[in-house]
Write a protein that binds this ligand. Structure first.
Ligand SMILES: Cc1cc2nc3c(=O)[nH]c(=O)nc-3n(C[C@H](O)[C@H](O)[C@H](O)COP(=O)(O)OP(=O)(O)OC[C@H]3O[C@@H](n4cnc5c(N)ncnc54)[C@H](O)[C@@H]3O)c2cc1C
Length: 381
């Protein structure tokens, strides 16, 4: 059996790796270079703190892989458990965090609910602005580039063929079933096609006649020289009510991100990949209102932007939507951290006939006609 994976980002490469573990022939088709999509633009957050059980499940299954990545793949992905801290200003937000923490605890997530003074033990936040925080000690960050190299190298050493600068231009059908893909470098026959095309996923799905609700949305990140160095063990700290987040970067610098405007849908083939000055000013103001590191002397050194692939409920679609056509798409800001579980689940679908390791019945396309997975917080990274 041959599987054609469309897209050489972290989802495509993790999928290729796990398929090869089960002796499936795999060819990855990548229109540009490996990692050229969203993956190399991610900040590398890994967390278990999610608002719905299915996302917690994807995190927990992925965490098992991240925990042993260096042993399995021989690559140090600089996984640092600095924790994630979510902050609530409004009572409604605090109540949501309390309820979510209860659900997470029932699922085995290591989560603490903190008062503002407790939050200050982890980061120099303006505690007077906040009512409550949650802190997940197992959460943290890793380097997406190194992780992608780890999956990619292991997949290729195990026999995966990776064809870069090869764009998929059509999906070939044989009756109801998928039979392969057309590329700008000829046809590839395959029993299964996996759509792992990130922000381009809607276009690839359209080649198979599917109309998936995936919107490529621009997100910006700034590298900030703060007024006061951000210690390297500071958690990734997220203000739920203003949408700004920050995390420690090298030598006391911070990465600051967040999305403060209406949906910012972009064409993945042409969008500005640097940052906007207006956005940076607003991000710094919001960061200064969150924590003491960012006063008027703080400045932006550089920045970048990339695209989230966003579905209406901010959950991915992981599903064999047509016979032989598997979608692994729509990960918003979670596709890096959830790539190990996704690769395993897609492999189970193809080899075992059904996904086994996580209950992903909520992640099919049928939910867009009324079957809901529950809504993830739209601002959260
Ligand atoms: C600013 C920012 C910060 C983020 N931070 C985090 C974070 O902290 N944690 C986290 O988990 N996630 C984060 N994300 C999200 C994460 O980057 C994505 O969810 C993840 O990289 C998606 O991986 P992917 O493999 O699905 O897509 P991509 O990495 O986009 O890969 C898709 C690939 O498909 C290729 N392709 C597209 N069309 C075709 C075609 N027709 N033929 C062949 N190839 C094709 C593209 O060239 C691309 O290389 C962030 C994203 C952004 C933009």
């Amino acid at each position: 059996m041959t599987v054609a994976v469309v897209g050489g980002g972290i989802v495509g490469m993790a999928t290729a790796y796990f398929l090869r573990q089960r002796d499936v022939e795999v060819v990855v088709l990548e229109r540009s270079n490996v990692g050229a999509g969203s993956t190399e633009r991610a900040v590398g957050g890994i967390r278990e703190q999610f608002s719905t059980p299915v996302n917690v499940g994807l995190s927990q299954a992925s965490m098992e892989v991240w925990d042993t990545f260096e042993e399995e793949f021989g690559v140090d992905i600089e996984h640092r458990r600095i924790g994630y801290m979510f902050l609530a200003r409004e009572e409604g937000t605090a109540e949501e965090l309390r309820e979510t923490a209860e659900m997470q605890r029932d699922l085995g997530v290591d989560i603490e609910v903190l008062d503002p003074a407790g939050a200050r033990e982890h980061a120099d936040v303006h505690d007077g602005n906040y009512r409550l925080a949650t802190y997940g000690r197992r959460d943290g960050i890793a380097d997406p580039h190194l992780a992608l190299q780890g999956f990619s190298t292991a997949a290729q050493e195990a026999g995966t063929e990776v064809r870069t600068h090869t764009a998929v231009t059509d999906v070939v059908r044989d009756g109801a079933r998928v039979a392969g893909v057309e590329t700008d470098d000829g046809r590839v026959d395959a029993e299964y096609v996996v759509n792992a095309a990130g922000p381009w996923a809607g276009r690839v799905a359209a080649m198979a006649g599917l109309d998936l609700p995936i919107s490529p949305q621009r997100r910006q990140v700034g590298v900030v020289a703060p007024e006061k160095p951000v210690p390297e063990d500071t958690p990734l700290t997220f203000d739920m009510d203003t949408g700004v987040y920050f995390l420690p970067d090298r030598e006391g610098d911070a990465l600051v991100g967040g999305h403060f405007t209406d949906p910012d849908e972009r064409d993945p083939d042409r969008y500005p990949t640097d940052y906007d000055i207006d956005w940076a000013v607003e991000a710094l103001e919001r960061a200064a209102d969150c924590a003491e590191y960012f006063g008027p002397e703080a400045g932006i050194r550089q920045g970048w932007s990339g695209l989230y692939a966003v579905t209406p409920d901010h959950h991915p679609i992981i599903e064999e939507t047509l016979p032989g056509f598997v979608n692994a798409v729509g990960f918003s800001g979670h596709g890096f951290m959830h790539s190990p579980a996704t690769g395993q689940l897609v492999t189970e679908m193809i080899v075992d006939g059904e996904p086994r390791s996580v209950d992903i019945s909520a992640l099919g396309t049928d939910r867009f006609e009324g079957v809901g997975a529950g809504r993830e917080e739209k601002n959260v990274l």
